[in-house]
Design a binder for this molecule. Sequence first.
Ligand code: 0L1
Ligand code: MG
Length: 263
Amino acid sequence: MKVPLYRKFAELLNEAEREKREVARITEEVPDLSAEEAYKIQEELIKIKTNSGHRIIGPKMGLTSQAKMAQMKVKEPIYGYLFDYMFVPSGGAIRMSELIHPKVEVEIAFILGEDLEGPHVTSAQVLSATKYVAPALEIIDSRYQDFTFTLPDVIADNASSSRVVIGNTMTPIHSLKTDLDLIGAALYINGELKACGAGAAVFNHPANSVAVLANMLARKGERLKAGDIILTGGITEAIQLSAGDTVIGQLDQLGDVSLSVKE
Ligand code: 0L1
Ligand code: MG
């Protein structure tokens, strides 16, 4: 595929997000789109956003559970980028009128104290470079019709990134009493338990997810930077949101993170 086509699809996805409308999957027009080409489209999309004044707050990992990887028939997760305009304070609100068909998932965020550069980053190096961990809610909002896509489609669409809520408490990683894979997470919507899991659902340990991310970014000469806020992947399944919902994510030792959903 040629560079002008990367740009064309990136513009389509960016417009879909801005105009809050679903679009057809790219693979309907380009059935043999590869993951490598899809990351080129994603790079164009990121350029469009940064050129229009938005700032990256960190990368995110998606499809990090064995179940999701098996479902998509892939051996490694995917990444995308979170931007400043996606950030919602804990206890704040998102608006359905600004989104297409949002879903929410509970995650653990890592806040790095040191840079991490692949290609051979280990989870032990991730743990030593991490300053804080925090509870997070990720709102994913695929720009594709009916929230359905192939792997290259979702890579091009910035891994469905839409909004992110980070809990108010940042916990120094070395103060945790149990390892992150044993930390339990629960997702409540309107007081009802909708999903639960443990940190191990994320690539066996969320630090593995960050290590894989650093090693994937090294392929294009990028590294993780001190201060990056990294979403490591959903611990719970993603749950559809509706106007009027109140969402609370609870994580052992890390605390709560919440948001409400307005019209
Ligand atoms: O953050 C995620 O795990 C989302 C990855 C993309 C797949 C999806 O939109 O469900
Ligand atoms: Mg996610």
